[in-house]
Design a protein around this ligand. Structure first.
Ligand code: HEC
Ligand code: HEC
Ligand code: HEC
Ligand code: HEC
Ligand code: HEC
Length: 371
């Protein structure tokens, strides 16, 4: 009975959608942190539409047969190994592994706490082609490709060049524990990964309109620069001695968001030592986020949240004064270290220190007579 009313009720909504759809492309998604059927942010299985004519499966192995260049580049990216990755496997908790896997391998059939073997389908091991290219009944392509020579249906995919595509996984809240069987995430007040919102802020402040893709997939490069781009991080992070060596200035160059960004466990440390081997080093600054289990209104039950955030804002230059060295000593060297795992995870030995700490820059401090 009620279904007879549906078309009438649906009409104003459809009209409203059309009106919104006609707006200029500057329109931003209203809630990039909210789960959608396409990118449920791990809270439910990802929904793919019907297969394109000419394709029997969305499997990456099939795409790879005809698109070897993109597939080879992609296989070197963090996306291809997002679930088999050492750090991910170490961090994977007993609690709701299906939530984590829902983003790290959104098309996996087995969402349990397993390490898929190298022979397992790529869908079990990471973020595959369909996560970005699947649209209803077609493969999405960027501008200027008509796909007339393709054996499968190709449709224009304006979403491919929109940062909102990346926000689908690179912007999300904390897990809020509820008795419900489906996980629920905290709203805009507390975000576990905030890269998309940081990017919006950077764009507003700098007037630069580059998207995530423009910086991370230039010319359609699917490798994202390859896993653990130490060189890229080194190039992005800058340090300068100021005040005659009594302080350091740290900033990021050519980065369209905070630094570090992404996973909450990332941090940067500025360290000084009286010896060049850093045997007695002291950490003089920590750049990153600190978590706490607390009550974060408007949420009514406690969940993990960000208590302090000392990450560099996009465009920020941070001055760090060096403390007085221990008696009779002088600081001789400094270094900037990027940490993949958090300070407590490093202490607890979640990953060996050499797998967590990337030394980006180091240098000597000018010798000076103590006053
Ligand atoms: C049997 C071979 C074959 C398979 C399988 C295949 N493609 Fe294609 N695809 C092609 C060919 C050929 C074209 C047209 C290339 C051209 O126009 O130069 C094409 C076009 C495209 C395009 C448009 C860009 C362009 O270069 O025209 C995209 C994007 C694409 N394919 C992605 C995929 C994805 C993702 C998969 C797996 C879900 C896939 N393809 C599976 C052969 C294939
Ligand atoms: C993280 C999202 C993402 C994943 C995963 C991904 N792609 Fe792409 N792909 C893109 C973007 C973005 C472009 C560039 C679109 C543009 O700039 O026009 C692109 C471009 C392409 C093109 C060139 C045609 C075009 O539209 O410009 C092909 C072919 C392609 N991808 C195939 C693949 C295959 C095969 C895989 C899996 C092995 C894959 N992609 C995985 C996002 C992705
Ligand atoms: C389906 C979810 C998903 C989507 C969509 C997605 N990513 Fe990712 N991305 C991930 C996950 C998960 C990782 C962590 C990989 C790992 O474990 O190293 C990641 C890692 C990365 C990294 C770091 C790579 C590294 O080596 O650690 C970059 C850069 C990145 N993504 C950029 C993008 C950009 C740009 C887009 C949009 C074109 C995008 N991602 C879309 C899930 C996604
Ligand atoms: C103006 C260029 C620029 C823009 C725009 C940009 N990034 Fe970045 N991003 C960088 C640079 C440079 C780095 C540091 C070097 C590296 O890791 O590649 C970085 C680092 C990252 C990392 C950390 C990688 C790691 O090693 O842990 C992630 C994740 C990431 N970006 C995702 C995104 C996403 C998602 C967007 C869009 C919402 C985006 N970026 C927009 C330039 C940019
Ligand atoms: C909404 C999507 C999403 C969910 C859910 C998610 N992640 Fe991630 N995760 C990402 C993205 C995107 C990145 C890449 C950012 C970066 O490199 O800093 C990432 C990066 C990571 C990394 C760093 C990987 C590396 O090689 O450095 C670890 C570890 C990780 N996630 C663990 C987890 C665990 C454990 C869970 C579940 C408790 C989880 N993630 C849930 C999206 C997600």
């Amino acid at each position: 009975m009620g279904s007879r009313w549906l078309p009438l009720l649906a009409l104003p909504i459809a009209l409203a959608t059309v009106a919104l759809g006609g707006a200029p492309d500057a329109a931003e998604p209203t809630a990039p942190d909210a789960p959608t059927p396409r990118f449920p942010k791990g809270t439910a299985p990802m929904q793919l539409g019907p297969l394109p004519a000419g394709l029997a499966t969305w499997d990456a192995a099939t795409c790879a047969r005809c698109h070897p260049d993109e597939a080879e580049a992609w296989s070197r990216s963090g996306h291809a190994r997002a679930r088999t990755d050492l750090l991910f496997q170490a961090a994977l908790t007993q609690d709701r592994p299906e939530w984590c896997v829902g983003c790290h391998a959104p098309l996996a059939r087995d969402t349990g706490r397993v390490v898929p073997s190298a022979e397992a389908p790529r869908e079990e091991r990471g973020v595959t082609c369909a996560a970005c290219h699947a649209v209803d009944g077609a493969v999405a392509a960027g501008e200027g490709t008509d796909g007339r020579k393709a054996p499968h249906t190709v449709a224009p995919g304006p979403h491919l060049t929109d940062s909102a595509l990346c926000a689908g996984c690179h912007q999300f809240g904390f897990l809020v524990h509820t008795p419900a069987s489906l996980p629920r995430l905290s709203g805009p007040h507390q975000q576990q990964q905030n890269t998309y919102r940081e990017w919006l802020e950077w764009r507003r402040a700098s007037g630069d309109s580059r998207t995530c893709q423009r910086c991370h997939m230039p010319g359609g490069d699917h490798s994202l620069g390859g896993v653990r781009r130490v060189e890229a991080l080194r190039e992005a992070m800058r340090v300068e001695l100021v005040e005659g060596g009594r302080a350091l200035e740290v900033w990021a160059e050519g980065v369209g968001h905070a630094m570090p960004t992404g996973d909450v466990m990332r941090w940067l440390s500025v360290e000084v030592a009286p010896d060049v081997l850093f045997e007695r080093s002291r950490t003089v600054a920590r750049l990153g986020r600190t978590l706490a289990l607390d009550l974060w209104p408007p949420e009514r039950s406690p969940h993990l949240g960000v208590r302090h955030d000392t990450a560099l804002k996009a465009g920020e230059r941070r001055r760090i004064s060096l403390p007085t060295p221990p008696d009779g000593a002088a600081w001789t060297a400094w270094r900037l270290v990027y940490h993949l795992a958090s300070e407590s995870q490093e202490r607890e030995g979640l990953v060996p220190p050499e797998d967590s700490r990337l030394i980006l820059h180091s240098g000597l401090l000018p010798a000076r007579s103590t006053p």
